[in-house]
Write a protein that binds this ligand. Structure first.
Ligand code: DAH
Length: 428
C-alpha cells in the first residue's frame, strides 16, 4: 500500500518478492485480474496510451506488440509496459543502472578473473515454468497471481525476477554466472516503486573437489563462500560499512539470508541470497554439486549510491538527469534540478470484492504514465450495510515541466471514468 509515510521503508522489502516467511502480506486478497478485466476488456483500447514502436528486438528475438499485448482475459500486459521493454537501461554505460552493473562486474572480474559468465540481454518473456516452477515457487504462491505478475498468456509471463534464468543456464552447463535484466511486477505507485525495474542474479556452483579439501560439509562450504564473496561486493560498492546477515526465506534456497549494511544511519537490505535448493541442481544435471545464489535490485542500490530521489528518474531522457552520469563514475551524487509543484486529486469510491490497489494503479498509470508520482489510500471505512469506501489521493507531478490545470483535470477526469468502467467500482 502506497501510504506516503511508508514509501521509503518499503522499498527495501519490495524489490525482493520472496521475502520473509510471513512477508507475503502484500499479496493478500490476490484475486485474479480477469474478474474485473474480462468485463471491461472491450474498452481497453480507448484509454491505452499510444506507444512509439510496435516492434522491438530483445536478445536477437523480434517481438511485435501483438505478441505481448492482447485483448484476451489471459493477458494483462498494458501498452505502457510494452513501451518499456526495449529500453535496456542496464546496458547503457552512462546510465546509473549500467554504471552500477559494470561496478559489480568489476568486483567479480577482479576477484575471480575470467570465472563468471555474464548475461544481460536474455529475453524477459519467459514461461511460467521458468519464472516459477523451475525455482520451486509453490503452486499457490501469491506472486503467481494476475494481480502481481504480468501474464502474456496463461503459460507465459514477463519475468518477475532474474531467478527465472537459473535453471536454463545450469542446464546449458554454466557454473558461474551473473544475469542482469529488466523485471516486471504489478505494483503500487510511489517514489520507490515502478512496474519495471532491474535485478542482477548471481550463481556459483561447486564440485566435490572444492569442498572436500576444506573439511567442511558442502552446504557450510557454499554458505561460507557466499558470505565472503557478498561481503566483499558490499564493501566494493559501499566502502567500509558495518554488515549483518539476517535469516530469510526464499523458495529456491536453503538456507537463505539477506545481507544488510549500516548506511546513512540505518540498516538497509542489500540483497537476498542462499545455498541453492539441491532439487534445482539435481533437475538441471548437477546432482553432484552445491551452489550459492544471490539476487539484488539495481534501482534500490543505485538510488542510495547516486542519491536519486525518485525511481521515475531512471526512465527520463531529460538531459539535466542523463548528463550527470558517465561511464565508470560510481556513486556520483545526483544534483536535483528544480522540482515542479505536485497537484493532488482525491477520488472516493465504493469498492467491490475483486478490487485491488495494483489494478487501480495500473489504470492510473495507463492514463497518466510517468506524470503520476504517488497513489495513496487516505481514507477507508465500511458502512453499516457492509459497503467499503476507499479514498485515494493521486499526486501528479512531472519531473520535467509544470503541468497545467487543464492537463491535470483532463487526466483526472479520464482516471475517474476508467476506474469506474474497468474496476467496476462506484464513484462517490
Ligand atoms: N528472486 C528474488 C526476488 O526477486 C531475489 C533472490 C533471493 C534471488 C535469493 C536469489 C536468491 O538467487 O538466492 O525477490
Amino acid at each position: 500500500m502506497a501510504v506516503a509515510s511508508s514509501a521509503h521503508s518499503t522499498i527495501f522489502s519490495k524489490t525482493s518478492l520472496f521475502h520473509h516467511i510471513n512477508g507475503f502480506k502484500r499479496f493478500s486478497f490476490c484475486l485474479p485480474f480477469s474478474s474485473s478485466a474480462a468485463a471491461s476488456i472491450s474498452s481497453k483500447k480507448k484509454w491505452r496510451q499510444p506507444v512509439a514502436s510496435s516492434e522491438l528486438e530483445l536478445g536477437g528475438i523480434k517481438i511485435a506488440k501483438d505478441d505481448v499485448v492482447r485483448d484476451d482475459p489471459t493477458n494483462n500486459v498494458p501498452d505502457t509496459i510494452f513501451s518499456k521493454m526495449g529500453m535496456q537501461l542496464h546496458r547503457r554505460n552512462n546510465h546509473p543502472l549500467g554504471i552500477l552493473k559494470n561496478g559489480i562486474y568489476e568486483y567479480f572480474d577482479s576477484n575471480y578473473p575470467n570465472l563468471f559468465d555474464k548475461f544481460d540481454d536474455l529475453c524477459p518473456i519467459v514461461s511460467v515454468k521458468q519464472n516459477f516452477d523451475d525455482v520451486l515457487v509453490p503452486a499457490d504462491h501469491v506472486s503467481r497471481s494476475y494481480n502481481d505478475t504480468y501474464y502474456v498468456d496463461s503459460k507465459t509471463v514477463l519475468r518477475c525476477h532474474t531467478s527465472a534464468h537459473q535453471a536454463e543456464l545450469l542446464r546449458r552447463g554454466h557454473t558461474h554466472f551473473l544475469v542482469t535484466g529488466d523485471v516486471y511486477r504489478r505494483d503500487s505507485i510511489d517514489s520507490t516503486h515502478y512496474p519495471v525495474f532491474h535485478q542482477m542474479e548471481g550463481v556459483r556452483v561447486f564440485t566435490p573437489d572444492n569442498w572436500e579439501a576444506s573439511g567442511l560439509d558442502p552446504t557450510s562450504y557454499a554458505a561460507e563462500d557466499l558470505k565472503k564473496s557478498l561481503e566483499g561486493l558490499a564493501r566494493h560498492l559501499f566502502g567500509a560499512v558495518e554488515m549483518r546477515w539476517i535469516d530469510a526465506y526464499f523458495p529456491f534456497t536453503n538456507t537463505s539470508y539477506e545481507l544488510e549494511i549500516y548506511f546513512k544511519e540505518k540498516w538497509m537490505e542489500v540483497l537476498g541470497c542462499g545455498v541453492m535448493e539441491q532439487e534445482i541442481l539435481k533437475s538441471n544435471g548437477r546432482s553432484d554439486s552445491v551452489a550459492w545464489a544471490f539476487g539484488l535490485g539495481l534501482e534500490r542500490l543505485a538510488m542510495v549510491l547516486f542519491d536519486i530521489p525518485d525511481i521515475r528518474l531512471f526512465w527520463t531522457n531529460d538531459e539535466r538527469f542523463t548528463s550527470q552520469f558517465s561511464e565508470g563514475q560510481m556513486g556520483v551524487k545526483f544534483k536535483p534540478f528544480s522540482k515542479y509543484p505536485p497537484c493532488y486529486k482525491d477520488m472516493s469510491f465504493w469498492i467491490n470484492e475483486s478490487f485491488t490497489e495494483n489494478n487501480l494503479c495500473e489504470v492510473v498509470r495507463g492514463i497518466a504514465g510517468d506524470l503520476v508520482e504517488e497513489v495513496s489510500l487516505i481514507d477507508n471505512f465500511t458502512n453499516k450495510k457492509g459497503l467499503t469506501s476507499h479514498c485515494y489521493r493521486v499526486a501528479y507531478r512531472s519531473m520535467e515541466r509544470s503541468l497545467t490545470d487543464e492537463e491535470i483535470n483532463d487526466l483526472q477526469w479520464n482516471v475517474r471514468e476508467q476506474v469506474q468502467k474497468k474496476l467496476n467500482v462506484v464513484l462517490r
